[in-house]
Design a protein around this ligand. Sequence first.
Ligand SMILES: Cc1cc2nc3c(=O)[nH]c(=O)nc-3n(C[C@H](O)[C@H](O)[C@H](O)COP(=O)(O)OP(=O)(O)OC[C@H]3O[C@@H](n4cnc5c(N)ncnc54)[C@H](O)[C@@H]3O)c2cc1C
Length: 426
Amino acid sequence: MTEKSRHKLVIVAIIISTVPFLLLVPSPSLWGLTKSTALWGSSVAGYIGLSLLLWQFILGTRAISGLFFKDLAAKLKLHSWLGTYGIVIFLLHPLLILVAYAEPWQYVLVPSFKNGYESSVTWGRFALLAILLIWLTSAIVRGAISYRPWKYLHYLAYPVLFLSLQHVPDIGTSFKADAIQAYWICYVAITLLCVALRLRHVFGFDKLAYTISFNKQLSDSVHLLRLTPQKRAPGLRAGQYVYLQMGLKTEEHPFTVLDYSSDGDLLVAFKIYGRFTQKLALKLPGDTLLVDGPYGSFLQEPSVPPESVFIAGGIGVTPFVKRALEQPGHYLLYANRTRQSAVLRTVFKKALGNRYTDILSRQDGPLQAGEVSGRISSQIIEQLIPNAPSKHYFVCGPESFTQHVFQELLRLDVPPNQISLEAFSF
Ligand SMILES: Cc1cc2nc3c(=O)[nH]c(=O)nc-3n(C[C@H](O)[C@H](O)[C@H](O)COP(=O)(O)OP(=O)(O)OC[C@H]3O[C@@H](n4cnc5c(N)ncnc54)[C@H](O)[C@@H]3O)c2cc1C
């Protein structure tokens, strides 16, 4: 099954698992602008919100969704789409409660433990406050928050799920219906299964141990790692990536496998950016790394036609190395600041000849053969690639780079279905 079909299947599963609440929640005694209609709407919205929350948990947790998806970027897009817009349904639940009982807005936000009923409502209030915080930091001000604080705030989704599951049987008026209870039991079972899969991942049961054979410095900021499997190796295809981890319960970061051998050794080239890559650069031969993967469908779908054009921004060259060297009919446009930062350029030049071009934005002095000065643009692509609009393009690098090149390719009238992008961030 292709990744696109898997994606569609999951969307269908989300709809099929969510829509029945419209039918299962007992209908109001009187339809219209009545208290019973508001309570019915509130129950339906609450259950659908809970269902979407569980789907977000499934899609946002690699240990679970990675068993089904290889293309994590696409399923993360679906996860964030549900998170951004699903909030509307989630919010309808408390809003309709306010309408039904004519309570002031503070009722749904201010915690109260004055009796058992109010305590149960308060689990829902906490869930609502946490959801609002996650939504604000992820959908509204994500750009202003750095990666790690954002990630830790996102972990609030775990208590939210459990608080919501606790809130429903305690006070849900529609919960008395057998069908709803059966559905709710399924949700609890699925949640527990997801938690078990997550714990399996945290304790490393789905990861492979590798020994570092070498850690070579290729340029000021780029290193090349060779990893040898301690027991078994994953089946890989060119362009896929793995998550590297320095020990259990530490951070995991994604890196493309630049090359791999038949006995399972992996080559990874990484650029030093922050905390993780700084530590990785200090690792020595003989040290162990944990590997999770492979993931990714870049350069797999659609299949790569002959004479495709690979466009790399800096370390974004890694997915192209194996294909460019083994199938030299392709073009490689490699964008860097200077010649020195274009790692492996001599290897590419030798293999690809005049199908390889360095695009250098800050190179001092005269240019050499096969070099172009400036930022990659539609004019540069048109100059370098014969019959440019008819080619297939594969673009990889930082998000801003892939988006810029995408716009330039559209300017050249390249159809969007001939352009595949891989951004080095999620
Ligand atoms: C699919 C994919 C393939 C990649 N392949 C390579 C490669 O071959 N070579 C290479 O040098 N870099 C690659 N990267 C980028 C690499 O993962 C980041 O540079 C690295 O995680 C930075 O971590 P840091 O702590 O050193 O830097 P930081 O400055 O702390 O992080 C920089 C940025 O990296 C991203 N990031 C950090 N942690 C994660 C994480 N766990 N999951 C997803 N994104 C994260 C975030 O966008 C963050 O803002 C790839 C990224 C992706 C998504």
